[in-house]
Design a protein around this ligand. Structure first.
Ligand code: GTP
Length: 363
């Protein structure tokens, strides 16, 4: 190609925000950032990237901060996924809008899809883009309807779908629509975000855009949606991916009751179901039961142990007859025989609980 002929800018590009500390998912996020946690056999981010690629987008910029190096080590230049991946590291976390502004010089398309890196969603990305273009919006937000909007800030829209306000959490929310953590920005709007300091999309950028008369469009849909930010949601999302309820092109294998990865061994009379993932080189011994759970690599679940709706970190050992429900166990922890851990208990990496030592519920 001659020097004066340039490729046209791409139709759309994507930015994925992956710099958060994932505090609610500790202790799992002490060793890996939330988007890199093994989820249905691959890092969570693989599922999102597979959907971005399936929508025809190739250039993806990751806005990183916490444990920034881990992403490039795993995904490299993205070519194995058919993507061109770029990484931008924040020295100090810049919050969501600050992170978007920080990657502005890597973007050339008119329309930029922005994703929170911890959302599992079936939204039709091309339809979202078509709505953004069809309404000539400055920013378009994916909105989802939730059963109990009291837990979220809500986002009302008018008859044309224009966003009318960003409301804080309240006991009586006027609508059941919430921000789903996926946006389309016109690229020149990104340049209006202040550079070099933390800025929040929800608290600062979106309310200011509304106040300035910008067109902020809502795109409401009812497809699958889950924010994977808490242990309970992480377990649910991983199980939904394995069961095929949540959409992904990155699932290693066919959807089913369980995903058992290479080198894992499950005793013939052990039970593994409910969308559980059994990581590489795990052992699930006779009579054990693993239901709706995620076992990272190298976990041992001893005879007769029960593991329900749990995340078990790499190399952890669950002793004979132990009962774990809704628990999070850090990497390398050892849970002694017959311990009982219920209702949101979290055990830090490497901790050893002697046999018969604990009957503990976080409630
Ligand atoms: P918690 O600490 O458990 O609230 O999780 P989090 O740190 O991921 O925060 P939150 O769920 O509110 O973040 C939403 C999305 O924005 C996630 O994908 C984060 O990785 C990302 N994010 C949050 N803060 C920053 C930041 O300062 N920089 C970048 N690049 N991304 C961020």
């Amino acid at each position: 190609m001659s020097a004066d002929v340039q490729d046209p800018p791409p139709a759309a590009e994507a930015v994925v925000l992956v710099g958060g500390q994932g505090v609610r998912l500790r202790p799992l996020t002490l060793s890996a950032p939330k988007p890199m946690l093994p989820t249905a056999g691959v890092p969570f981010l693989s599922h999102l990237l597979s959907r971005i690629r399936a929508a025809g987008i190739e250039h993806v910029v990751l806005g990183t901060s916490y444990k920034a190096e881990v992403f490039a080590e795993h995904f490299g230049d993205g070519s194995e996924l058919g993507l061109q991946l770029e990484y931008v590291v924040e020295q100090e976390p810049l919050d969501t809008a600050g992170a978007i502004r920080n990657v502005a010089d890597r973007l050339s398309a008119d329309d930029v899809l922005v994703f929170n890196g911890d959302i599992l969603s079936g939204v039709d990305l091309n339809d979202l883009l078509a709505t953004h273009r069809g309404t000539a919006a400055d920013v378009t937000l994916h909105l989802v309807k939730v059963a109990d909007p009291r837990w979220f800030g809500c986002v009302p829209t008018d008859a044309d779908g224009r966003v009318t306000a960003f409301l804080e959490k309240t006991e009586n929310p006027p609508v059941d629509q919430i921000n789903a953590g996926c946006y389309v920005f016109r690229r020149d709007v990104i340049n209006t975000i202040p550079a070099g300091r933390p800025v929040s999309v929800e608290r600062e950028t979106f309310p200011q855009l509304l106040a300035s008369g910008a067109r902020v469009q809502g795109y409401v849909d009812n497809s699958y949606w889950l924010d994977m930010g808490t242990p309970a949601a992480f377990v649910r999302g991983s199980a939904d991916l394995v069961l095929g309820t949540a959409p992904s092109n990155a699932l290693p294998g066919e959807p089913g009751e369980a995903l058992v990865l290479a080198g894992a061994w499950v005793a013939a009379d052990a039970e593994v179901r409910g969308g559980s993932t059994v990581g590489a080189d795990c052992v699930v011994e006779a009579g054990a039961s693993v239901v709706e759970s995620v076992l990272f690599d190298g976990v041992r679940v001893a005879r007769g142990a029960v593991v329900e709706r749990c995340v078990i970190g790499a190399g952890a050992i669950i002793g004979e007859g132990a009962v774990l429900r809704d628990a999070v166990i850090g990497d390398g922890a050892r849970i002694g025989a017959d311990c009982e851990l219920l209702h949101g208990v979290r055990v830090w990496p490497g901790v050893e609980l002697p046999p018969y030592s604990v009957r503990f519920s976080a409630d």
